[in-house]
Design a binder for this molecule. Structure first.
Ligand SMILES: [Zn+2]
Length: 238
């Protein structure tokens, strides 16, 4: 983990640093951000929030309907092609900006804190990266998002119980079922005891088809007493 991360965990030190290096808004890069958020007030007003957490059934939970029983499911933003959320997610994943994930997690944590089943989860599990991908990127973007959520919701993160053992899967010329079985085989539960009898909050960066989240959830739901909720930073058209 980076030293940046540790600095952020010590509140007064982070505040001291921000006096000398004011944090600028992730979008406009001009205004300073709201406390512990990645955005200034004006930019935050314009973001495409889904508000999915306000309804039990929504476009997120619909994507898992009949496949995964969810206590709750929601995405923070709509992902629009060439839109600002796509750019934020790109920066988080491909431009060495792990803190964006923490900031988004904190932002979503504040939204979910007081009125949702999400806050009642026992354990946050980020969708794992294959170790080779993790080494290359230096961090798992979903773990960063999980850390931000955890700080606000006070739910522990476990990023070791579920692992990815196969890096890439070839998905061309396969049926939907073959594709799913392919993704399913890429994940394994390594620590069943840590998972058993828990309400798991599974988190990822972007929900597209849902195949990855479905594969992880399928493994986790095989364990005794597990219930499942899911959160992502964004939801794309499937
Ligand atoms: Zn701004």
């Amino acid at each position: 983990m980076r030293s940046q991360f540790y600095l952020e965990r010590i509140p007064y030190l982070a505040d001291l640093i921000s006096i000398f290096f004011p944090k600028l808004c992730l979008i406009c890069q001009q205004q300073s951000t709201l406390r512990h958020h990645g955005f200034c007030f004006a930019c935050q007003q314009k973001l495409p929030f889904t508000n999915f957490h306000l309804t039990h059934e929504n476009a997120f939970t619909d994507r898992f309907w009949g496949r995964i029983p969810l206590q709750a499911g929601a995405a923070l933003f709509f992902l629009q092609k060439d839109g600002v959320v796509q750019e934020i997610v790109y920066q988080l994943k491909y431009n060495d900006r792990p803190k964006i994930g923490i900031q988004l997690g904190r932002l979503y944590g504040k939204i979910l804190k007081n009125h949702s089943v999400f806050a009642a989860a026992d354990l946050i599990l980020p969708v794992p990266l294959h170790p080779s991908r993790n080494r290359k990127r230096g961090y798992n973007q979903s773990t960063q998002f999980a850390i931000g959520l955890s700080e606000i919701l006070h739910i522990p993160v476990n990023d070791t119980a579920l692992i990815r053992t196969i890096a890439t899967t070839t998905q061309t010329k396969k049926t939907r079922l073959e594709r799913f079985e392919n993704v399913l085989s890429a994940f394994q539960v390594r620590d069943r005891i840590a998972i058993a009898n828990k309400h798991i909050l599974l988190v990822d960066d972007v929900l597209t088809t849902g195949a990855t989240l479905e594969a992880c959830a399928t493994h986790l739901l095989e364990i005794e007493g597990v219930t499942m909720s899911m959160l992502t930073i964004a939801i794309a058209k499937s």
